[in-house]
Design a protein around this ligand. Structure first.
Ligand SMILES: NC(=O)c1ccc[n+]([C@@H]2O[C@H](COP(=O)([O-])OP(=O)(O)OC[C@H]3O[C@@H](n4cnc5c(N)ncnc54)[C@H](OP(=O)(O)O)[C@@H]3O)[C@@H](O)[C@H]2O)c1
Length: 271
């Protein structure tokens, strides 16, 4: 993010490093990302990725049961991952410039969105919240270390914006699509302009579905926990409407405690 850019700003360009970066970005689809170390290596070049594609490198990461549920049917919080997988999730958070969730997850889980279980920086929290429904006492609003970005549709509700600002959040206006939700391509432009080089999308179901439908995924890191839930499916019925199904590539399975972590690249070409 900006801190990296700032520290790099005064440096003399290193032709060798740029050539290598170009190569990495050019061949990004061939890059094997099958561990947290691989991810850190890839994200070392995330600024070049953003410069080339005008959007951050996007990692979609969530936990599901064997039957594809990410929460109970009533959207009540569920502990799916074991402690080691949780730690991996926080490592991924610490690698990324920003972490994004939908207002549905804020209302259901009230997460802090920090990387407190590991050493490293906290990502910038981003909430998709078209109508500014984020509660003033939400944990991500109340954090002292960061102003969570509340991405809203163009709203005339100046009082709502003011109270959210006073509570510690930073509302940012973004274009909406024909479905009335935040236009993800417009959001990617906004994030690129704000020097967000890498983005972790954590949920929930509607948000993940929107990112997949928009082909805005560069990497999946999915925890599969040995549970059967019969709850909220990660992709809703509109999921993959454009493609019938999505083949993943460079798939790697990692055991962590009782969980399986799936590392996979989507089989589409980056745009
Ligand atoms: N297992 C996991 O890893 C995991 C991770 C995260 C969440 N969860 C679970 O997921 C559940 C919440 O999922 P959810 O589907 O109800 O809510 P969600 O995906 O968190 O949020 C959906 C809301 O975000 C807003 N939004 C704005 N722009 C959007 C866009 N372009 N695409 C999609 N949404 C957009 C919409 O509300 P507005 O129209 O009001 O803006 C929409 O209703 C919770 O039960 C939570 O526990 C599980």
């Amino acid at each position: 993010m900006s801190s990296n850019n700032a520290s790099k700003a005064g440096r003399k360009p290193n032709a060798g490093a740029f050539a290598q970066a170009d190569n990495v970005v050019e061949n990004y689809a061939d890059m094997r990302i099958q561990s947290i170390e691989d991810l850190k290596t890839q994200l070392h070049y995330a600024a070049q990725f953003r410069a080339k594609y005008h959007r951050p490198f996007i990692t979609v990461s969530y936990a599901q049961s064997i039957d594809g549920s990410i929460a109970s049917r009533k959207r009540e919080p569920l502990v799916l991952s074991g402690p080691k997988s949780w730690e991996l999730t926080h490592q991924i958070r610490a690698c990324c410039d920003a972490i994004l969730i939908g207002i549905g997850t804020v209302l259901a889980d009230d997460p802090q969105l920090s990387a407190r279980r590991v050493d490293g920086k906290n990502p910038q929290p981003i909430i998709l919240d078209t109508h500014l429904r984020t509660p003033l006492n939400a944990k991500c609003v109340q954090r002292n270390d960061v102003n969570s970005w509340i991405i809203n549709g163009k709203t005339d509700s100046i009082p709502k914006i003011r109270v959210l600002e006073e509570a510690g959040a930073k509302p940012l206006t973004c274009a909406t699509g024909t479905n009335g939700k935040i236009d993800l391509l417009a959001l990617m432009d906004l994030l690129a302009a704000m020097n967000i080089n890498s983005l972790m999308v954590e949920g929930g179901a509607q948000v993940i579905t929107s990112f997949v439908n928009s082909k805005l995924v560069d990497l999946f890191i999915i925890t599969i926990a040995p549970k059967l839930v019969g709850g909220l499916q990660v992709l809703n019925s509109r999921g993959l409407e454009a493609a019938q199904y999505l083949d993943c590539e460079q798939v790697h399975y990692q055991h962590l405690g009782n969980d399986i972590i799936v590392w996979a690249r989507p089989g589409w070409k980056v745009t």
